[in-house]
Design a protein around this ligand. Structure first.
Ligand code: IMP
Ligand code: MG
Length: 331
């Protein structure tokens, strides 16, 4: 019995989809489990030359692995069926591969309506917050109450404890900076984006093997708070990095990598494998900066910056490996 976990260590959009895709390709997982969030998330996945954008359905389906939308998720039923269709149309076999935890909660039309004019947080307007609110106020609707979902329902306890040799890849949505408890409240999402969020889906801590943290060599954030310093360089980073939302198309605010926040995220999540993506973007822009102990540091080369990151993170004994990755790399 084993579980690996993939989490975002910044504010979402760290290219977690790429890492889960890589892990599915190179490991023999029996299940992939999306453990938090709803269709506020957007995974962009390139599979066999085709581009897929999924919001609910985990990456495992591309490799024929059983893919589960877990109890920590909220589900828009219409969107779920739309994604199923899009995957089938793209040549992906989804039959008997995609499941929904019977105790996952459902996003209703009223939840979406309610967020129509939301401005304070700058949500994705997908009804996420109201659905979680209704879950916790005990008037929500669980997946098992929706007739159309019947063929897809799964009981996580039966699935994980009545089968032998279960190997689960737990795929998180959003990231540490958007976590309901650890993010910059109230500019957060309404779910648990840390590795502990995975455990809430019926995973005992003893099963956890690797915790993969995924970030970028710079940072982005989407929402109402001001995040991007006034400097044209960030417009360049946004253009070169194609930093526009997969779900809403909104421009993402950009900033330099914040080492202090990164270290916090790695500690709280217990990350032991870190992937920092999109090195090619700073290379194209020709500037290497980060924020360390509240101060901006400038480097002459990519190597100077990555060496600095590696040595700063050597204070974390559980962190075994750091992968620096470019957009086109497989990891
Ligand atoms: P909500 O999750 O739609 O309620 O939005 C709350 C905050 O999280 C907003 O700032 C959103 O832009 C942000 N957010 C939610 N999902 C994602 C995501 O997948 N990537 C990036 N930001 C997200
Ligand atoms: Mg995303």
């Amino acid at each position: 019995m084993l579980a690996d976990i993939v989490v975002g260590v910044q504010h979402g959009d760290e290219a977690k989809g790429k890492v889960t895709h890589y892990l599915c390709r190179t490991h023999d997982y029996t299940h992939v489990l999306r453990f938090n969030g709803g269709c506020n998330a957007g995974h962009t996945i390139y599979h066999e030359g085709k581009k897929f954008v999924t919001h609910h359905i985990p990456a495992g389906v591309f490799y024929g692995v059983k893919s589960i939308i877990g109890s920590g998720c909220v589900l828009n039923v219409e969107q779920f069926f739309k994604e199923l269709q899009e995957l089938e149309d793209g040549g992906i076999d989804t039959k008997n591969k995609i499941f929904v935890a019977e105790n996952a909660h459902v996003i209703t039309e009223e939840h979406i309506q309610e967020e129509n004019s939301e401005k304070k947080i700058g949500t994705t307007k997908r009804g996420n917050g109201p659905a979680y609110r209704d879950k916790y106020s005990r008037r929500g609707v669980q997946a098992k109450e929706v007739p159309a979902l019947k063929p897809f329902l799964i009981n996580l306890y039966d699935e994980f404890f009545n089968n032998s040799d279960v190997k689960i890849l737990c795929e998180g949505a959003q990231g540490f900076g958007l976590d309901i408890d650890w993010g910059d409240y109230p500019y957060v999402t309404s779910s648990h984006c840390t590795s502990s969020g995975a455990l809430l889906n019926g995973i005992p801590p003893q099963w956890v093997n690797q915790v993969w943290g995924v970030g970028k060599i710079y940072e982005t954030y989407v929402g109402s708070k001001s995040f991007e310093p006034e400097d044209e360089i960030f417009e360049e980073i946004r253009d070169v990095g194609e930093e526009y939302g997969a779900t809403t198309g909104r421009p993402r605010q950009c900033n330099w990598l914040n080492m202090d926040e990164l270290i916090k995220a790695l500690k709280v999540n217990g990350v032991n494998r870190l992937v920092l993506n999109k090195l090619d973007v700073l290379e194209k822009v020709g500037k290497w900066l980060l924020i360390n102990e509240g101060t901006e540091l400038t480097f002459n080369t990519e190597k100077d910056m990555t060496d600095f990151i590696t040595s700063s993170l050597s204070c974390l004994p559980q962190l075994k490996e750091i992968y620096f990755s470019s957009s086109k790399d497989k990891i």
